[in-house]
Design a protein around this ligand. Structure first.
Ligand SMILES: Cc1cc2nc3c(=O)[nH]c(=O)nc-3n(C[C@H](O)[C@H](O)[C@H](O)COP(=O)(O)OP(=O)(O)OC[C@H]3O[C@@H](n4cnc5c(N)ncnc54)[C@H](O)[C@@H]3O)c2cc1C
Length: 383
């Protein structure tokens, strides 16, 4: 990836935004169990940060995907994984399909206010009995005149309690599981749609995660994104951007963990010398920094291919897998070197330890990433 002055300028703007508008409030939001998505999105929309790659006709900037990766990486300076994930849902998880395949009507109605920061978006794919196995979802949308009637339940939905609309994956026919699905935009105010209580989580505590229920929810068929039956394929494509965002957005978190730990271990003394003065500690941190740079290189390589219009399913899955594994290693090792202080809650490393655990689960688990990589290595038996 070649960084131009424009990339550097974007990085600086996003870094400053995170440092000034998110980081100072992190502790307060973690305690409250939620963060003010509308307020933050509006400020970001005013800075043109929510539609970097999106269609300029609807307020986007129309830049290539390398700017999205710079955006995601720079957001790491906000030092609040919950807010970063929520912003990623808005920019790289709930809206890519809408931007690429949506009609003028739904782009005007939903994409434009998402880019301006007036609307909060959420992506509703997972269900209580269908997480890894996306094809097995049960939520259905049946045609009734010009409308769809949606019934079912979604689970684990980020931004759910604040969302103005959901990008929902549903079954629209009895066709085979990869050809019977559609993505439909459903406003949260639609009668019959209700959001359950926030789920109490071990990390990402400032992010509102909740179930969403659909009880005879009527929406116009015009709210469908793209062709009927193409939802599964569109969602699989949308996942590539989600996985690249999730990877790029953890790089700075890991870097900060290592930096903070070096600082602490330099100050902290035992047996007459600083903790960092023990080669076993210093070497471990050097090894983790090396791994981090390797992950950054992989992320940039995937980004380059994506910008060139190539399929990045395997590289994005590898990057997501590696980031999930590495953030667990980095935070666990770093926390160890803080001793008892590492086990306290109000410590940046212990917060990353809790928050970072999600990286191996959300957006497709490590095992699912391995399954995808295997398929692309052509090593699975052909059916
Ligand atoms: C905080 C949080 C936020 C989330 N946000 C969203 C959101 O905004 N929108 C949304 O749609 N979803 C969201 N999710 C859901 C997330 O994508 C799923 O939790 C994830 O895909 C795993 O699904 P599951 O929890 O049903 O686990 P399961 O699918 O039940 O898997 C359980 C375990 O079995 C393993 N496993 C499953 N199949 C195989 C296999 N074939 N081989 C080997 N191992 C296997 C899995 O890897 C996992 O370790 C969120 C989840 C969390 C926790």
């Amino acid at each position: 990836m070649k960084f131009t002055d424009e990339h550097d300028a974007l990085y600086k703007t996003v870094k400053e935004f995170g440092e000034n508008e998110i980081k100072p409030f992190s502790e307060e939001w973690e305690k409250a169990g939620i963060y003010p998505a509308h307020e933050i999105f509006k400020k970001m929309g005013d800075l043109d940060l929510l539609g970097i790659t999106k269609d300029p006709k609807y307020g986007g900037t129309g830049l290539d995907y390398s700017f999205s990766v710079v955006f995601a990486e720079a957001l790491g300076h906000a030092c609040n994984a919950s807010a970063i994930m929520s912003i990623g849902v808005q920019t790289d998880m709930a809206t890519p399909a809408l931007d690429k395949y949506g009609s003028d009507l739904i782009k005007k109605e939903f994409l434009a206010p998402s880019i301006s920061g007036d609307y909060v978006a959420a992506l509703a794919v997972s269900e209580p009995n269908s997480g890894s196995d996306v094809a097995s979802i049960k939520t259905s949308a049946k045609k009734d005149g010009d409308d769809y009637i949606i019934n079912g339940q979604k689970m684990w939905i980020t931004n759910a309690t604040q969302a103005d609309y959901f990008c929902v994956l549903v079954n629209t026919s009895n066709d085979s599981v990869h050809h019977n699905k559609s993505l439909i935009v459903v406003p949260s105010s639609t009668p019959g749609l209700s959001v359950g209580d926030k789920i109490d989580k071990i990390g990402m505590r400032a992010s509102d995660t909740a179930p969403v229920y659909f009880d005879n929810v009527r929406v116009p068929q015009a709210y469908r994104i793209g062709e009927e039956g193409a939802g599964f394929t569109m969602q699989m494509k949308q996942f590539q951007e989600e996985r690249l965002f999730l990877t790029a957005s953890t790089l700075i978190a890991m870097e900060n963990c290592i930096k903070d730990t070096i600082e602490y271990c330099t100050e902290r003394k035992a047996f007459g010398k600083s903790i960092l003065d023990n080669q076993v500690v210093h070497f471990r941190l050097a090894e983790l920094q090396t791994e981090l740079e390797a992950l950054r290189a992989l992320t940039y390589k995937a980004c380059d291919r994506f910008v060139d219009g190539k399929d990045v399913t395997m590289l994005a899955s590898m990057a997501k897998l590696k980031s999930g594994r590495l953030i667990r290693e980095v935070t666990d090792s770093c926390l160890q070197y803080w001793g008892g202080m590492g086990f306290t809650t109000e410590n940046p490393v212990s917060q990353q330890y809790r928050d970072g655990r999600l990286q191996s689960i959300g957006g497709g688990t490590d095992e699912i990433m391995l399954q995808i990589i295997c398929k692309h290595m052509d090593t699975l038996p052909k059916k």
